[in-house]
Write a protein that binds this ligand. Sequence first.
Ligand code: ZN
Length: 203
Amino acid sequence: MESYSKLLLHEKEKGRALNKKKIEKILRKLLIELGENPDREGLIGTPRRMAEAFEEIFAGYTMSSGLDVSFSEETDAIIAKDIQFYSMCEHHMLPFYGKIHIAYLPEGKVFGISKLTRLVEKYSRRMQIQERLTRQIADEITRMGVRGVVVIAEGEHLCMKMRGVRNHSLVVTMAHRGLMEQKELRENILTLISNSKPGLQSF
Ligand SMILES: [Zn+2]
């Protein structure tokens, strides 16, 4: 019953609408300011398409992650590897994207891969910086009740690739909580993550 009402909430969230007409007007002005003709064939529908894309790209603000918890006797580490994310750098409003790996030590309940994917979407589909994205995911998993969690994000940042010194390096950030603050345990988990195949596994 509970999960059903949560599902309904999920459906309602999908209906959240940005003021797309207003956004379209602003984007049209932006095109003019950039020296473009917003009425030419290729651009006439662009403000509308961008407004629609924004609705998806910035959907994280109203998403919940309350889905798909199951209870289990599981006590060993569970690793969800290679969860794809797409986010927007809040300094340049350009995309950064890559993979997130989550490893946690459960306490009575385990989270399905869809829950973890949804959690990643909740915090990535908004204006963001990678360090905070990593921290927020770790904090929410901690609040949901685990003995420890480590979150690693590997991101490519278009603001670094397309502009300035054109740095093409991969940015790696990590946040750890609870038992994962123990260096030895964390290092074992990091080895497992780098050796394991994509998807959800327990060890
Ligand atoms: Zn940036």
